[in-house]
Design a binder for this molecule. Structure first.
Ligand SMILES: [Zn+2]
Length: 293
C-alpha cells in the first residue's frame, strides 16, 4: 500500500496572536469524490483534487493542538485504532503510529497525549471522534486522553444515539461510549467559551449540531472549520458535500462564516484538505477564495 501521507509533516506550527497552534496530520482517508462534492460535476472537482481508479480522493485528517493560555486543547481526534481491515480498506485509511499517527503528531509538536486538558469534537463522525478512545492490548476500549475533559454539543451526542439508516454508518458507539462511562464529557449548548481564547460556534448542516472552533488572541482569530468546509476546494458556497444531512443549512452556515472571516481576516483551518492546512480569504465577497500567501 502506498502511504499517501508521506511528505505530509507529522505536525506544523503557526501563531494566532500569542497562541501557538499545531496542525497534527493524524493520517489520510480516501472517500468517494462524488460524495465529497455533492452536486458539483466531476470535471470541475477533479481539477482540484484528482480521483483514483475507485473514484476516491485523498483526504487529510488534520487535528489541531492549541496552546491556549490556561489549557492544552486538542480539536478532533482522527479515526483511532479500533477499525478492522475491511473498514480500513473501504475508507482507504492510513494512520498507523503509536498507537496512531495522532499521538505521534502530538509528540512531534513537543507534547505527550497525557498533557491534553481538553478534547473538543466538532461532531462525532468516525473520522473526527475515532481517536477519542483507544483499544488497548487487552482488547478493552478506554478514553485515549484520560486527563482530559471532552467537549461536544449536547445535541450531537443525543443525535448520534438516535440511529437511523441514513446516519448509522458514520456513528460508531465505541468511539464515545467509554467517554460517557468515565464521566469525561462537558456537554455544551450553542455558542460557548470552552477556555480562555477558545469558543465553539454552531455551524449546522453536515449534522444538525455540528460546531466549528474559534481561537482568538487579541485581534487575531483562527477558525477550525471541520466539515462545514472540509477542504479549500469547498470554499465556494454551493460546493457542499453529498454527505451533508441538510445542505441548505450548510450553505447558510458557510455564508455567515465567510462574512465574519472576511471582516476579521480569520485564519481558516481545513481538516480534510490533502495539501492546504490553512489560509485567509480574499476580500472579494462575490467570489470567495483563498488568498495567495
Ligand atoms: Zn469529516
Amino acid at each position: 500500500m502506498t502511504h499517501i501521507h508521506e511528505g505530509l509533516p507529522l505536525s506544523r506550527t503557526t501563531e494566532v496572536g500569542s497562541i501557538r497552534i499545531h496542525g497534527i496530520e493524524a493520517g489520510v482517508q480516501q472517500l468517494d469524490g462524488g460524495a465529497m462534492f455533492g452536486v458539483v460535476p466531476k470535471p470541475l472537482w477533479e481539477r482540484r483534487i484528482p480521483a483514483d481508479v475507485r473514484n476516491r480522493i485523498p483526504l487529510a485528517m488534520r487535528c489541531l493542538l492549541v496552546e491556549a493560555p490556561n489549557a492544552l486543547v486538542l480539536i478532533d481526534t482522527g479515526v483511532g485504532n479500533k477499525y478492522d481491515e475491511k473498514f480500513g480498506d473501504i475508507y482507504g485509511i492510513s494512520n498507523s503510529g503509536d498507537p496512531t499517527r495522532l499521538e505521534d503528531g502530538i509528540r512531534d509538536a513537543g507534547f505527550d497525549p497525557s498533557d491534553i486538558d481538553i478534547v473538543i469534537n466538532t461532531h462525532l463522525h468516525f473520522d473526527h471522534a475515532g481517536g477519542n478512545t483507544v483499544r488497548g492490548e487487552d482488547g478493552t476500549v478506554r478514553p485515549s486522553f484520560p486527563n482530559a475533559r471532552y467537549v461536544v454539543q449536547e445535541g450531537e451526542l443525543r443525535f448520534a444515539a438516535s440511529r437511523n439508516e441514513r446516519i448509522q454508518a458514520s456513528y460508531i458507539t465505541e468511539n464515545y461510549e467509554s467517554v460517557t462511562q468515565a464521566g469525561l464529557w462537558d456537554l455544551v449548548q450553542g455558542d460557548a467559551e470552552v477556555t480562555q481564547g477558545i469558543r465553539v460556534v454552531p455551524t449546522p448542516g453536515h449534522t444538525p449540531f455540528h460546531q466549528s472552533i474559534l481561537i482568538q488572541s487579541g485581534s487575531a482569530v483562527a477558525c477550525y472549520l471541520a466539515d462545514v468546509c472540509p477542504t479549500s476546494a469547498h470554499i465556494p458556497l454551493p460546493w457542499i458535500m453529498g454527505y451533508d444531512l441538510e445542505p441548505l443549512v450548510t450553505l447558510e452556515s458557510k455564508r455567515g462564516l465567510w462574512s465574519r472571516a472576511r471582516e476579521e481576516d480569520w485564519l481558516l483551518v481545513f481538516e480534510h484538505d490533502p495539501r492546504v492546512p490553512w489560509g485567509h480569504l480574499t476580500a472579494d465577497p462575490d467570489r470567495p477564495q483563498l488568498r495567495e500567501e
